[in-house]
Design a binder for this molecule. Sequence first.
Ligand code: C2E
Ligand code: CA
Ligand code: CA
Ligand code: CA
Length: 279
Amino acid sequence: AKAQGRNNFQFYAAEMNAHAAERIALTGKLRRALENREFVLHFQPQVDVRTLRIVGAEALIRWHHPQMGLVSPARFIPLAEETGIIVPMGEWVLRNACEQARAWLDGGAAPLRMSVNLSACQFRQEGLAALVARTVQACGLDPALLELELTESMLMEDPNAAIATMHELKAVGVRLSLDDFGTGYSSLNRLKGFPIDALKIDRSFVRDITTDRTDAAITAAVVSLAHSLGLSVIAEGVEEADQFEWLRRQGCDEMQGYHFSPPLPAEEFASLLHTDREE
Ligand code: C2E
Ligand code: CA
Ligand code: CA
Ligand code: CA
């Protein structure tokens, strides 16, 4: 039994080493990905519930590795966070998203809001507001057309510091939204202290609103509270017509999800914009 236990231990140790080695290898590849231009942005439409027009785009990063193929953000974003690679990567995302927004405007599209995800690490960086101001200016983009998506967990770590950073960002003129709302620990009461413009109701609530009465009750309460605080509400992960209908009846302002469109490469997104305009 003793020998068996030792073998098991050795087995786990070997497996852990393999895991660590894989992480190190992936980190090396990730470090080179930026200079090798392996990242690309996809854009998911955000649709106005009343007009069904595209009013925004969320920029979502994709990593095309020459050997590994498409690597999911769920796999490399956490690693990028732990290693600090997220900082230059995040700057790249911000810059490219703003340049794309500018390019669509130059192509004759109606002004469209561009949403960019910020990581906790980026949010804590000294000089974030200055970086954002420089970027929108360099791209000739109205800062009101840029939205930064923050998560509850990054605000709850040190709420006072977070509120100060948010005010700096608001002074630049950008919009702020709270992503994945409902999955964190912040009380609804906390919301009134945050200078945000919109709430994004997490996919996990949207998934069950038509079948789970608790999720439906929470979502309905969140929509009405957000509105009473003057916030706009966007539901994410809307996959089905009856979810859309339910959310529309609750007065949700915008929606995003496979029911409308998956995230798309820039050219495909642009073709949706043209259809939208010609309607
Ligand atoms: P998120 O910010 O919550 O982004 C929404 C995710 O839901 C995206 O996954 C999107 O493709 C997916 N999605 C959209 N509609 C639907 C739907 O109807 N059903 C389902 N099941 N999924 C839907 P993606 O692109 O794989 O990104 C995963 C996460 O990675 C993002 O979650 C975000 O936290 C992070 N991420 C992606 N791009 C960036 C980035 O540029 N910077 C940072 N910091 N994080 C990013
Ligand atoms: Ca997001
Ligand atoms: Ca989200
Ligand atoms: Ca999420």
